[in-house]
Design a protein around this ligand. Structure first.
Ligand code: NAD
Length: 495
C-alpha cells in the first residue's frame, strides 16, 4: 500500500471518531444524545470495536422534525438558482472527498474501495437532481369556464430511512430529490453503518445548506417508528427488508402517511446457450457473489443456466469464484470484503447450513467463514450451490450474503415461469445473443428492471424500484422526484 493510501486510512479512522463524537445532526447542532441507548460498532474487516454509537429515539426524531419544520418555509422560498447552486456545490464536495468517503465506507460496512465509490456515486445523483430544480413544471387543464391548472408542491418534511449497504449512496438517492423538490428532510441511517450518511450531512452544511433543511438521526427501530408515526412528516421513503416494511406500513396507517418502499429481491439471472458464456459467467459471479459480498438488493443471486451449457458454465463459475480477491476492503486490490457484522455473518452461515441439511443443492465452492489473516473479520468464502431445487428455502429467499444459487432449465417457457415464481420482483438479468428472445423475455419477466447482457446501468436518470413484494415507488429520474411532490389543482373561475 502506498504512503498516501496509508495516510488516508488513518484519516478515515479519525473521521469515524469525529462522527461518533458528534452524533446526530439536528438543526444547526450536532448532538450525541442517546435516548435509545448505544450500539457497539465493530470494524467489519477486523472485528475490532471502533465506535459506541449514540442511538436516537422519539426525543431526537421529534427535535429533528421540529428543526425540519422550522427550516421549511425559507428553503421552499429560496430562489431556484440558489437552491441548485447549493446542491451543485455539495456534488463537487462529494467528488473532492470521494477517496476519504470510500475508506470511510470500508469501515462503515466493509465495502471495498475498488468496488464502490460512494462520493462519486452520490454526487452523480445530487448533480442530476440539482438540474431538476428549475424544470419541475405544472400543467394547464383545458376548460371553457376559467383557468384550471396543476402545481406540483413539496410535502413539507420527508422522512428518509436509508440503508446500511450504501449509506452515502442512499442519501444521494433519497435526500437529493427530496431537497430538489423543495422539502426538508429527516434522514435515519441505521446504527449498523451510519458514517456515510453523517459525512454526507457534514458536506451538505459545508456546501451552504441552511441548518435544519437536512437533519440526520442515527438509530434503529425506535427512531424508524418515531419518524413514521410523527404526524408532521408528510411522507416516508424507506429502504429495507419486507418484514420491516410491514411494520412501517402498520405505523404509517395511523396517520395515513404515504410511503415509498425499496425492498429486497432474489433476482433471477438467465443464461441461454447462445450467450457469450465467458462474459455471462464472469458477471454472474462478480454481481451474484462478489459485489458488496452479495449484500445488494438487486444483485442476481438466483442463476438459471440452460441444460445444454450447464456444466461448462458451472466450471467457469467456480473458476471465477476462486479468482475473486477477498480481503481488506481498504486495499485497492481487494474486490470482495467482509459482510457487515457478526450477526449477519452468523445468519448467512446459518442459511448455508440449512441449505446443506435440506439438500437444497450441491455445494460447489465456499460455504465457510474465512480464517488465517481474515479470521478476526466477518469474511465468508464466495459460495456457490449447484443443481439447486426450485422452491427450496435457498432458492426462494434473499440471503444477503455471498451465496449464489444455480438452477437448471430446458425451455424458455419453463425459465420464465420459474423466474416469475417469486414473491420478489426487483431485478431480472438475461444473457443471450438472440435479440428476439431478449425482447420476449423483457416483456414477460416480472421485475422493476431487466438487464440484458451486462451489469446494471446505475444511471440517476433511470427509475429504480420493485414489482410485487420488492416494494413500490421509484428512485431516479422524473419518477424519483415525483415521489416527493404532491399535485395541487387550482381553478380560477371566469378567467
Ligand atoms: P431492515 O428491514 O432490517 O432495516 C431497514 C431499516 O429499517 C433500518 O434503518 C432499521 O433501523 C429500520 N427499522 C427496523 N425496524 C423498524 C421498525 N419497526 N420501524 C421502522 N423502521 C425500522 O433491513 P436491513 O437488514 O437493514 O437491510 C437489508 C434489506 O434492505 C434487504 O432486504 C435488502 O434487499 C433491502 N435493501 C433494499 C434496497 C433497495 O433499494 N430496494 C437497497 C438496499 C437494501
Amino acid at each position: 500500500m502506498s504512503d498516501s493510501t496509508t495516510a488516508t486510512i488513518a484519516t478515515a479512522a479519525s473521521t469515524v471518531e469525529r462522527l461518533t463524537a458528534q452524533g446526530h445532526l439536528i438543526g444547526d447542532s450536532w448532538t450525541s444524545s442517546d435516548s435509545a441507548g448505544r450500539y457497539a460498532h465493530h470494524d467489519p474487516a477486523t472485528g475490532r470495536l471502533q465506535a459506541e454509537i449514540a442511538l436516537g429515539g422519539v426525543a431526537e426524531v421529534t427535535a429533528a422534525v421540529d428543526a425540519a419544520i422550522a427550516a421549511a418555509p425559507a428553503w421552499r422560498a429560496m430562489p431556484l438558482e440558489a437552491r441548485a447552486a447549493i446542491l451543485y456545490r455539495l456534488a463537487d464536495l462529494l467528488v473532492e472527498h470521494d477517496p476519504g468517503s470510500a475508506l470511510l465506507n470500508a469501515r462503515d460496512n466493509g465495502t471495498p474501495i475498488s468496488a464502490m465509490r460512494p462520493g462519486q456515486y452520490s454526487a452523480s445523483w445530487v448533480r442530476y437532481y440539482a438540474g431538476w430544480i428549475d424544470k419541475i413544471d405544472g400543467h394547464v387543464v383545458p376548460t371553457s369556464s376559467g383557468l384550471d391548472y396543476v402545481r406540483p408542491e413539496p410535502y413539507g418534511v420527508i422522512g428518509a430511512i436509508v440503508p446500511w449497504n450504501g449509506p452515502m449512496m442512499g442519501m444521494g438517492q433519497k435526500v437529493a430529490p427530496a431537497l430538489a423538490a423543495g422539502n426538508t428532510v429527516v434522514a435515519k441511517p441505521p446504527e449498523i453503518a451510519p458514517f456515510g450518511a453523517l459525512r454526507f450531512a457534514e458536506l451538505a452544511l459545508e456546501a451552504g445548506l441552511p441548518p435544519g433543511v437536512l437533519n440526520v438521526v442515527t438509530g434503529g427501530a425506535d427512531a424508524g417508528q418515531a419518524l413514521v408515526r410523527d404526524p408532521r412528516v408528510g411522507k416516508v421513503s424507506f429502504t429495507g427488508g419486507h418484514v420491516t416494511a410491514r411494520a412501517v406500513m402498520t405505523a404509517a396507517a395511523e396517520t395515513l402517511k404515504p410511503l415509498a418502499l425499496e425492498l429486497g429481491g432474489k433476482s433471477a439471472n438467465i443464461i441461454f446457450p447462445d450467450a457469450d458464456l465467458d462474459t455471462a459467467a464472469f458477471l454472474s459471479v462478480l454481481l451474484g457473489v462478489g459485489l458488496l459480498s452479495g449484500q445488494g438488493c438487486a444483485l442476481p443471486t438466483r442463476l438459471y443456466v440452460h441444460d445444454d451449457v450447464y456444466d461448462e458454465v458451472v466450471d467457469r463459475l467456480t473458476a471465477q469464484a476462486a479468482g475473486l480477491s477477498v480481503g481488506d476492503p481498504s486495499d485497492p486490490k481487494t474486490f470482495m470484503g467482509p459482510v457487515v457484522n457478526r450477526s449477519a455473518c452468523e445468519r448467512i452461515l446459518g442459511v448455508i447450513d440449512r441449505a446443506k441439511a435440506e439438500g437444497a443443492g450441491t455445494l460447489l465452492t465456499g460455504g465457510q467463514r474465512l480464517d488465517g489473516d481474515l479470521a478476526g473479520g466477518y469474511f465468508i468464502a464466495p459460495t456457490i450451490f449447484g443443481d439447486v431445487v426450485h422452491g427450496s428455502h435457498l432458492a426462494a429467499n434473499e440471503v444477503f450474503g455471498p451465496v449464489l444459487s444455480v438452477l437448471r432449465f430446458q425451455s424458455e417457457d419453463e425459465v420464465v415461469a420459474k423466474a416469475n415464481d417469486s414473491n420478489f420482483g426487483l431485478g431480472a438479468y438475461l444473457h443471450t445473443r438472440d435479440i428476439g428472445r431478449a425482447h420476449r423475455l423483457v416483456n414477460r419477466l416480472e421485475a422493476g428492471m431487466v438487464i440484458v447482457n451486462g451489469p446494471p446501468g446505475m444511471s440517476p436518470g433511470a427509475p429504480f424500484g420493485g414489482f410485487k413484494q420488492s416494494g413500490f415507488g421509484r428512485e431516479g429520474g422524473r419518477w424519483g422526484i415525483d415521489e416527493f411532490l404532491q399535485q395541487k389543482n387550482i381553478f380560477i373561475a371566469g378567467s
